[in-house]
Design a protein around this ligand. Structure first.
Ligand SMILES: Cc1cc2nc3c(=O)[nH]c(=O)nc-3n(C[C@H](O)[C@H](O)[C@H](O)COP(=O)(O)OP(=O)(O)OC[C@H]3O[C@@H](n4cnc5c(N)ncnc54)[C@H](O)[C@@H]3O)c2cc1C
Length: 117
């Protein structure tokens, strides 16, 4: 498949008579998910003037409802097996109890913390 590159300068010159146009930002990113946040940070560190627009929460799918909550839930789900296995390794584990609202509250707290980074 042949790749076709669009010549921005040429197109701009044809429309406006000049290849130069001034913008408020060097990079404007829509969506503060993993990709948006990373690209904005990198461009900013390289000296670009950047802005980012997010319709929901900073962090996107991975932080807010994907990777991070999934991992916390998976870690939480392992404890039943771990308590059982511990007995085989000589541990005496007392009565255990699981509290779903505590897990959800702590998960939300961690996501709030990550969103603020
Ligand atoms: C349940 C689940 C578990 C996952 N686990 C992992 C994992 O363990 N490891 C891993 O590597 N990947 C995982 N992923 C995949 C990972 O979440 C995505 O690859 C990653 O989030 C993609 O990043 P992104 O920046 O492209 O998009 P997103 O993170 O989806 O960000 C897009 C952002 O754009 C915003 N947006 C969309 N439209 C507009 C608009 N018009 N105006 C303003 N804002 C807008 C959205 O609100 C969102 O915040 C998981 C995904 C899911 C759903």
């Amino acid at each position: 498949m042949a790749l076709r590159f669009w010549n921005f300068d040429h197109a701009l010159k044809q429309r406006t008579g000049s290849a130069h146009m001034s913008f408020d930002y060097d990079l404007f990113v829509i969506g503060a998910g993993s990709g948006g946040v990373r690209s904005t940070r990198m461009a900013s560190q390289a000296g670009a003037k950047v802005a980012i627009a997010e319709e929901s929460r900073f962090g996107g799918t991975c932080v807010i409802r994907g990777c991070i909550p999934k991992k916390l839930f998976v870690y939480a789900s392992h404890f039943t097996d771990d308590f059982e296995d511990a007995a085989g390794y000589g541990w005496t584990v007392g009565a255990t109890q699981f509290d779903w609202p505590t897990l959800i509250a702590n998960k939300d707290k961690e996501i709030d913390r990550l969103e603020g980074l």
